[in-house]
Ligand binder design. Sequence first.
Ligand SMILES: NC(=O)c1ccc[n+]([C@@H]2O[C@H](COP(=O)([O-])OP(=O)(O)OC[C@H]3O[C@@H](n4cnc5c(N)ncnc54)[C@H](O)[C@@H]3O)[C@@H](O)[C@H]2O)c1
Ligand SMILES: [Zn+2]
Ligand SMILES: [Zn+2]
Length: 361
Amino acid sequence: MPHRVKGVVARAKGAPVSIETVVVPDPGPGEALVQVQACGVCHTDLHYREGGINDDFPFLLGHEAAGVVEAVGDGVTDVAPGDYVILNWRAVCGQCRSCRRGRPWYCFNTHNAKQRMTLEDGTELSPALGIGAFIEKTLVAAGQCTKVNPETPPTVGGLLGCGVMAGLGAAMNTGNVQRGDSVAVIGCGGVGNAAVAGAILAGATTVIGVDVDDRKLAWARDFGATHVVNSRGTDAVEAIRELTGGFGADVVIDAVGRPETYEQAFYARDLAGTVVLVGVPTPDMRIDLPLIDVFGRGGSLESSWYGDCLPSRDFPVLIDLYLQGRLDLDRFVSETIALDQVEAAFDKMHSGEVLRSVVVL
Ligand SMILES: NC(=O)c1ccc[n+]([C@@H]2O[C@H](COP(=O)([O-])OP(=O)(O)OC[C@H]3O[C@@H](n4cnc5c(N)ncnc54)[C@H](O)[C@@H]3O)[C@@H](O)[C@H]2O)c1
Ligand SMILES: [Zn+2]
Ligand SMILES: [Zn+2]
């Protein structure tokens, strides 16, 4: 019997989201039905609503979620009803050319539930990042469910499902920050501040937060940034160079994803340093750099998909660090809200009032 539950849907480009009745099928082979307990509001949800990801409207938004498995389909052995899980949007296949080379975090063939959730009139919904979790129950591929210690409050567990993992991983996995490194993070929203936290956890000794909003910079300080720069009035590249002995940082993380911030990241790193792009650009954006500088500055220009995380490896470890008091995830939760407050949360995100609004179901 399909389930009829309330979910947050973006029907058309730029239009406010609405609460709709969604029909959720029972799990088929390889699928799991998850009772969502909490789901964070991520900038990527807003990108979807604005048509910045693709045009497959209507979208079922929400993708930073934790909850409890209610039912599983045939052939599912890794999770069972009653398991407490964080949902991930990169269920690795184990078969593709990247998985076979031992690099499953790049899996080129990640998968989602095969059956579609629909509106009552049968219109198929596109779930954000293959999840769709601003809803009481969602249908995902079983591989999208990662079991973690159930002592974790769902409000913080869910955050690891996307933005916070992306930021932590941008520093710890993609940027491979080492003890004693200098790191600059451009854009100190949920993702950027997670990158600040990840850089600290990895042993960086100089961590510079850059943003155009002083509130975000104050939060960056709370997460352990040793220096902050408001780039509205100050040249970010010069400021980062000044704070790193005139050289630039070993690793610069762009957690905004715009041509101007990428260019700042490119020039604010030391010779042979690393740039990590974790902010998501829109399809119209272009970058123009002198090729001689790409060559002459050396190092590596990396993109970070989901913090290059392997959910089965990284989620349980990060949750253990949280439960031991070594990774402050509670600090990311600015407010908890109800399902019908997602649109208001987008406004607060836009005006910079929150790091994360988390929908509690
Ligand atoms: N790569 C991934 O896997 C992944 C995962 C999740 C989110 N993201 C992306 O990461 C980005 C950040 O997400 P978020 O949830 O932290 O968003 P957010 O809105 O909370 O944070 C963005 C921050 O950037 C700042 N900012 C904007 N323009 C700036 C500029 N020119 N210079 C410096 N700072 C500037 C804002 O003040 C804000 O603090 C988004 O593009 C999102 O889509 C990527
Ligand atoms: Zn694969
Ligand atoms: Zn996200």
